[in-house]
Ligand binder design. Sequence first.
Ligand code: TRP
Ligand code: SF4
Length: 411
Amino acid sequence: MAINSRATIPSQFQRVVSGMRPTGNLHLGHYHGVLKNWVRLQNDKECFFFVADWHALTTHYEDSRVIEESVWDMVIDWLAAGVNPKKSHIFIQSQVPEHAELHTLLSMMTPLSWLERVPTYKDQQEKLKERDLSTYGFLGYPLLQSADILAYRAGEVPVGEDQVAHVELTREVARRFNHIYGKESGFEQKAEIAAKKMGKKNAKIYARLRRSFQEEGNHDALETARALLEDQQNITMGDRERLFGYLDGGGKVILPEPQPLLTKASKMPGIDGQKMSKSYGNTISLREDPEEVKRKIRTMPTDPARVRLTDPGDPAKCPVWDFHKIYTDESVRGELAQGCKNASIGCVDCKQYVVEGVLKELLPMQERARNFTKDPKMIRTIIEEGGEFAREEARRTMVEVRHAMGLSYSK
Ligand code: TRP
Ligand code: SF4
C-alpha cells in the first residue's frame, strides 16, 4: 500500500508549492538542487514559488535588512535561471497574509511535541549557535511551512532531503485538521446528494466501489472510485471533496495531504568537497565574477596523492570530479579519468573543463540577470501579479477553513 492511502488528492490539487528563504546570494547549490527542478516542474504542473521572507525572519530577525536586500536579487536570479512568470506564480510570502492566518489556526490544534521533535529544530539551534533561536517563531517554523503548503492545497512539494520532515508534519497536521473539522453536520446526507449529481449511472458505480472498499477492503475499487471522481466535470469542488472523504470513511477533505517531491539533485559539492553552503564559505554564487570563478576552481583541492604531474591520481578521491559529473560530457569524462589515473593529464588542464562548463552555464544567466536588474518595475509587476493570484487562491482555501471551524459567522 502506498504511504498515501489517505491522501485523496483530486486533480485540482496537483499543484506544486515551494519557497526559498532570502538570506543572501544564490549559488550553484541552489541552482542544481532546487531551481533547475522548479524550471522543469513549471512545464507540467501549476506552480507557486514564493520568497519565504517570514521564514527568513525566524533566524534573521535581528538583521532583517539582509532579507530586504536579498529579496529582489533572489527573484531576479530565479528569473535568470528560467523560472517563468507566465508559467508559475511568483510572489512574496508576507504579501499573502492568509499564510499567517492559516498558521495561527493550525497552531491551535498542533501538539507542541510534534514541533519539538522535528529534527531541524534542534539541528539548526546547534548549528546556528551564535543566534538566539529559542523563540516562539522558530519553533513554529515548520508549521508556518505547513500553512504555506496547505493554503494552496498543494499536491506536491519539491524539497531537499532536509525538508522532508516538514512535509511529513504538514501531512499529519492536515490529517488532524480534516479529522477534527471535516465532519460537517449532515455529512453523509450531503455526500449522498453529491453522488446523485454525478448522474444515475456514475452514482451507482460510485456506491458499488465504495461498498467494495469499505466492506471488502478492496483497494483497487478505492482507486477506481477516486479516478471516477477526478473525471467528473459537473460537480463542485466542495462536493468532490465530500465524495473523496466519504469513500474511505473519513470526513470531508478540506486540506489534502501533500507529498514531498524529492529533488534528484545531482550532488553539488562546494569548492572544498563538502556540501555547497554559505556557512562553509565554499560557494560559487550565481553572480560570481568570471575571474573569481576561474580562481576558485583553479585553487580547488584535488586528489592529495597527486603532488607532482607524474603522480597517478584517482578521480574518486578528487572534489573536482564531482563537478565533472555535472559539467563534463561522459565521453570526455572517460578520457579525463584515464588521464588522471595514468598521469597523462595535469590537474590544471583537467580543471579547465570545469571552468568552461561552469562559465557556459553562468554567463548567460548573468546576462539575463543584468537585463532584469535594469527593469525593476517589471520585477515588481511580476511579484504583484503573482501575489494577487496566490492571494485569491489562498483566500478560497481560507473560506473553507473558516467555515469548517465555525468562523464564518454567516449562514
Ligand atoms: N523551509 C524551506 C527551506 O528552508 C523554505 C520553505 C518555506 C518552503 N516554506 C516552504 C519550501 C513551503 C517548500 C514549501 O528550504
Ligand atoms: Fe582531480 Fe582531474 Fe587532478 Fe585527477 S586530474 S586529481 S580528477 S583535478
